[in-house]
Write a protein that binds this ligand. Sequence first.
Ligand code: PLP
Length: 444
Amino acid sequence: MALTGKEIQEMHQTYVMQSWSKSGAPALPIDHAEGIYFYDCDGKKYADMSSLMVNANLGHQLPEIVKAIKEQADKMCFMAPAYATEPKSRLAKLLVEVAGADHYQRVFFTNGGAESNENAIKMARMFTGRTKIFSCYRSYHGATLGASNASGDWRRFAAEIGGANGFVKFMNPHMYQDGYTRGKDDAICTKKAIDALDLQLRYEGPEHVAAIIMESIVGANGVILPPEGYMEGVQALCRKYGILLICDEVMAGFARTGKMFAWQNFDIQPDIITCAKGITCGYVPLGACIVSKEIAAFFEEHVLQCGLTYSGHTLACAAGVASVQYYLDHDICTHVMEMEQVLKPFLEKMVEKHKCVGEARCIGLFAALEIVKDKENRVPMQEYGEHGPVMPAIMAELKKRGFSTFGRENNVNVCPPLIITKAELEEYLPILDEVLTWVDETYC
Ligand code: PLP
């Protein structure tokens, strides 16, 4: 007999360890999901304005993905990594083509984002024979040991107990928080950041640095759009010192920014692309490292000391083929750019209208509002590292009204499924406006 919502919640509360939280708090029991919506066990409907963890890029229960999973499940759920299977071969080829077959050659499959970064770091160390990994403070790369040590936000601290060696952090620019004006100060902001990184690399000894790993566009830490020229500047330093550039596309990839990969918004060419989330939209967990021809050739001569029981999981790859094919067949990138024309002006209006909104950042359907308590002096609603009650209260107010999203530090993220329609955006965005009015009145 099926459990009631209350039973599901109580059992979760008693037996489940909750990510990034103290255990034992009640979690909302969810029953089903479809399109841009999910429904709790009391039948209440929520518009999924964050694509859950910015992974449900094609929304929920997309028939094409569900069908591919069902058909594959009927035939063969899993085959070991040593064997070739149709979904794995197809997906590897598709990913190389989407990334650019002139530069990329092979794919190593994982089970998610952290594992993709973990393995990319290992590959970079093997390929270069160097140890150090540079990464940004304003970043998140996953929760396994290496990926955590590469991450910059507070979620790395537990992994730093005992730690992993060779991880070096640098401060990536955040134009708004650093006091710059986008569109006016980009050159100076970029120059300052690149000069500082160059100096830091020289102090660390660039000949010891295997890779710089960066989110192409920082996601969970607030959809931080780099100043113009910054990513190109980082790439130039990599080239100058023989350092690999790993672009973490776990959150920003798969049409989120209107390009299949977010790095394609810049004039750069990463050596390794790591991805997960939107590769299957979460229907089955999957991640991947897409490597350049040069790295692929290296591992034709050297043993790849990376391996996972579920590398290239058959069911997951079937979901991956269906997802990637859907992005391409339905030209989701073009749709995203059309929807950006609805979302971006709305968010900019929120900046003009609300005392609590300092800045809106939006590229494609990847957006965040910077919530401030003193707009004139750009004072964030919560300082970095302050885990106060305000942001959770904002999230709760939104959720109460059927608008589900997440926010961290002082950002409210708006990253709906990429299949969202103009009518759906126009129906739900006014809820955000209403809650921001409440924030103005309550906290500013
Ligand atoms: N990299 C980025 C940019 C992410 O946003 C995340 C998760 O949010 C990860 C890596 C880790 O992915 P996973 O949770 O699938 O291990």
